[in-house]
Ligand binder design. Structure first.
Ligand code: UT7
Length: 330
């Protein structure tokens, strides 16, 4: 019998209905559809509209659909890990709010904040609880309501981000499928290039911080781009090498969707053609923690048991990494 691995046994996603197109952004800021498309690959993104709605509402919708798909009662879930950069509140954890909304009464939960790499950090963390043998049903969520921290007068960031949620169920597998390997990295010195200045313990919210627009995403795009291209490609090549995977062994690359040019560079480095790369940036933009599970959700019908899949991400922190999964179901 193979060792016990954590396998993804179901995927679901949720995106809000409202579509913010490049054409609408042209009316808000000094930009063009041509600039956005050629520099990022994005055509439109989804925005969660409505008073009192937050990340937990999108996550709860994704999780409810996930449980329905698998015909599992919410009480069966033992652990919920929520990767998010836009939690409902500073505290408590959004994972707990989602558990309450969905009725996962027997689960404990916590959030992981690793910016755009949060989902893969959370997935690997969740996998360890399964591998230990102590837990059998773990839900991992990636969700962000990026529109809550975006300045829609700043053309350098407002064209990039969108809202959305994805969730996966992890269960033990002894057939050889599951999460086989992972490489997770971080470098805190990169924080100067991508962060939110106020609202934390260093610079708590005040009239001044609001007036100075310090509760929005601050990004030095070019600097982040340089690190992202190198690190996402390097870590993806490294996980292939140490698992003796050649390009032809890989069924899919599931990259974080920050910029089509970063994704293309990663695929090139891995020797993969476009036909093996999941890409939804055109429709959803950068949903931060949502990108990877939303891709898996959309491509679920095309995945086969035994497929070798590489997830790769790079984000604020800096954080980055890759995960090698042998897919568990048809
Ligand atoms: O997901 C987390 C990690 N984040 C990332 O991985 C993002 C990495 N960075 C990027 O994807 C790219 O750097 C951006 C998409 C953010 C920007 O693209 P870029 O090709 O690096 O553009 P740039 O910042 O070098 O700006 C080029 C020009 C500038 O004008 P000048 O100085 O050359 O006159 C900008 O002011 O484009 C201008 N610009 C725009 N023009 C039209 C910046 N944003 C816009 C815009 N529309 N929305």
């Amino acid at each position: 019998m193979e060792k016990t691995r954590a396998a993804i046994t179901a995927v679901n996603g949720y995106v809000p209905d409202y579509i913010l197109s490049n054409l609408e952004l042209e009316k808000l800021v000094d930009t063009t559809d041509e600039w956005i498309t050629s520099r990022t690959g994005i055509k439109e993104r989804r925005i969660l509209k409505g008073q009192g709605l937050g990340s937990s509402d999108m996550a709860a919708a994704a999780v409810q659909g996930l449980l329905k798909k698998k015909n599992i009662a919410p009480e069966e879930i033992e652990l919920v890990i929520c990767a998010t950069t836009t939690p409902d509140m500073q505290f408590p954890a959004t994972a707990n709010i989602v558990s309450d909304k969905v009725g996962m009464k027997n689960a404990f939960g916590f959030d992981i904040n690793a910016a755009c790499s949060g989902f893969i950090y959370a997935l690997v963390t969740g996998s360890k609880y399964i591998e230990s043998g102590q837990y059998k049903k773990v839900i991992v969520i990636g969700v962000d309501k990026m529109s809550s921290i975006i300045d829609y007068t700043d053309r350098t960031t407002c064209v990039i981000f969108g809202d959305g949620a994805g969730a996966v169920l992890l269960e033990p597998d002894q057939s050889g499928a599951g999460i086989v390997d992972s490489i997770l990295r971080s470098d805190g010195s990169g924080r100067v290039h991508l962060h939110q200045k106020a609202g934390g313990s260093v610079l708590p919210a005040s009239h001044e911080t609001v007036d100075a627009k310090q509760h929005f995403v601050y990004q030095e795009g070019q600097a982040v781009f340089k690190f992202a291209v190198t690190n996402m490609a390097d870590v993806s090549a490294e996980i292939m090498e140490r698992n003796q995977l050649k390009a032809e062994d890989i069924a899919w690359l599931v990259p974080h969707q920050a910029n089509k040019r970063i994704i293309d560079a990663t695929a090139r480095r891995m020797g993969l053609g476009n036909e093996k790369v999941m890409l939804n940036i055109e429709k959803y933009g950068n949903t931060t923690n949502g990108t990877i599970p939303l891709c898996l959700w959309e491509w679920e019908n095309q995945l086969h048991k035994g497929d070798n899949i590489i997830l790769a991400a790079f984000g604020g922190g800096f954080t980055w990494g890759s995960v090698y999964i042998r897919w568990a179901y048809n």
